[in-house]
Design a protein around this ligand. Structure first.
Ligand SMILES: Nc1ncnc2c1ncn2[C@@H]1O[C@H](COP(=O)(O)OP(=O)(O)O)[C@@H](O)[C@H]1O
Ligand SMILES: [Mg+2]
Length: 288
């Protein structure tokens, strides 16, 4: 096994950071080389730093000089009217869209604007899209197994003896998403909400440090929405979460910090009560 370089920071100072013990080797396997051994340096308590980000589509600015900072372990909600730039923001963070201006750092040292989508996912940013994309013909367990292997296929095939550890993580995730009793069930037979939970589980088995979730409770029953709120509150702290959601009741339940996007920029930030009382936010939502 390769030796990993000594991190340039003291992980003991950062109790929320859980560096993956296989980080160096698995990332070496897909050619990430020096990013690999460093772990994620979050010395200043900020996991994501976006500064002066602009994205232009044929001259139209979907994001316009946007600044956003997400703390380690934070649960941040992003709200804003349709077309505000919420999805584009997630596209920039995951490397799907390149900003025409600005900087995007994951931790202190990873420049997201220079990494591929695969590298960004491997570095620890997981994204859940609105529509669940589970493999309906496979069982719940197999879906989780596949998600875990897809991420680390080379690693998994090289070190089959880790399967006990991987199995343990899958069992843990099954508990977290409350699907232990359904683990042998075909995923296609799950309710819409359970499919959403399974997909969150498929991210969790990859141990992401930052989770991006686009409208996670759309189409869920009240009970499922309630469980999602509980789940996210449990995940915060261990992970950092960025949640785009229209359901204000849900936002009010989970978020202590809300960012309002409008025309590609941050219009307001603070508690939900604060931003809802903000005249500029009221204007944007009520079109006054
Ligand atoms: N690929 C694209 N080409 C041209 N315009 C786009 C593209 N993607 C998004 N836009 C535009 O950018 C703006 C922001 O879109 P989006 O990020 O999807 O907003 P939101 O998710 O907040 O509804 C919208 O006006 C949208 O039409
Ligand atoms: Mg959107």
């Amino acid at each position: 096994m390769k030796s990993t370089p000594t991190p340039a920071f003291d992980p003991a100072l950062d109790p929320t950071l859980h560096p993956n013990s296989d980080a160096g080797t698995s990332r070496d396997a897909i050619g990430l080389g020096q990013v690999a051994g460093e772990g994620l340096n979050t010395r200043h308590g900020t996991i994501l730093t976006l500064e002066n980000i602009s994205v232009s589509f044929d001259g139209f600015k979907a994001l316009n000089d946007l600044n956003l900072y997400i703390g380690v372990g934070e649960l941040r909600c992003i709200i804003g009217p349709n077309g505000a730039g919420k999805t584009t923001l997630m596209d920039v963070i995951t490397g799907k869209t390149r900003p025409s201006h600005g900087t995007a750092w994951f931790g202190e040292t990873l420049d997201l604007t220079k990494m591929s989508e695969v590298q960004i996912a491997q570095a620890g940013i997981g994204r859940k899209f609105q529509k669940p994309t589970v493999f309906e013909a496979l069982s719940v367990f197999e879906n989780l197994e596949l998600a875990q292997k897809t991420d680390k296929s080379v690693w998994a095939s090289l070190r089959a003896k880790l399967s006990g550890e991987q199995r343990g993580r899958i069992d843990e995730v099954l508990e977290t998403i409350r699907l232990t009793a359904s683990m042998s069930r075909q995923a296609g037979l799950l309710s819409h909400g359970q499919k959403q939970f399974l997909e969150i589980g498929m991210l969790l088995v990859q141990d992401p440090q930052l989770l991006l979730l686009d409208e996670p409770v759309a189409g869920m029953t009240d009970a499922e929405t309630e469980f999602t709120a509980e789940l996210f509150k449990t995940l915060a702290g261990k992970h950092s979460l960025m949640v785009v959601e229209h359901d204000m009741g849900f936002v009010g339940t989970i978020a202590d910090h809300v960012t309002v996007l409008h025309q590609g920029s941050v219009l307001a930030e603070g508690s939900l009560e604060d931003v809802q009382a903000d005249e500029r936010v009221i204007e944007v939502y009520l079109g006054r």
